[in-house]
Design a binder for this molecule. Structure first.
Ligand code: HEC
Length: 157
């Protein structure tokens, strides 16, 4: 009996270690095929002191496209990518995309109960995951658009 409870104890520790390791590796990663997502809209904020400074291009994957056009709750697996670039004004006053600054990412995941059912992430220009307190740095602002399932973007045809 003693041996059995010891065995159960060992199995329990093993299982919890494995699931803990899995949790740790659940860091979001930038989808390799983000460039083939559907472009939804762009915006430029040229004021460098603004939190959202830059040239933004917003993309959605196929899973979320219909909801973005029609409205409602996004299906599990929807991904939005926002790519931010420097704003460069040339001598002829034309405004261009400069170097890439970072990516923002949201993925619909019903397990993300603390942040409205979306996983949030930021990646550097090389796609490296940057750790953020997404609850205060992302969700706090996105929760102001709860009625559109936390998404600001409106699709532009
Ligand atoms: C001050 C408010 C604010 C904060 C803070 C903020 N966002 Fe956003 N976010 C916006 C706005 C406004 C847009 C629409 C931008 C556009 O149309 O170019 C947006 C767009 C997005 C999009 C495209 C989907 C959508 O909602 O339109 C993603 C993905 C995103 N943000 C992720 C993030 C992440 C990750 C963070 C935290 C690091 C973050 N955001 C912090 C306001 C905010």
């Amino acid at each position: 009996m003693k041996k059995l409870s010891l065995l159960i104890g060992v199995i329990f520790i093993l299982v919890s270690t494995i699931s803990f390791a899995e949790m740790g590796s659940k860091e979001p990663s930038l989808p390799k095929d983000w460039r083939s997502f559907i472009h939804a809209k762009s915006m430029v904020i040229p004021d460098k002191s603004h939190d959202l400074y830059g040239f933004h291009h917003i993309y959605v994957n196929k899973t979320g496209l219909e909801t973005l056009k029609k409205g409602g709750k996004y299906p599990q697996g929807t991904i939005f990518i926002g790519v931010f670039y420097d704003v460069v004004t040339e001598k002829d006053n034309s405004i261009h995309q400069g170097k890439k600054l970072f990516y923002v990412y949201m993925k619909k995941d019903k397990a993300a109960t603390e942040t409205g059912g979306w996983t949030y992430a930021v990646f550097d220009p090389n796609g490296k995951y940057l750790k953020k307190d997404v609850k205060t740095e992302c969700y706090a602002c996105h929760s102001t658009v709860k009625d559109s399932d936390y998404i600001f973007t409106k699709f532009i045809e």
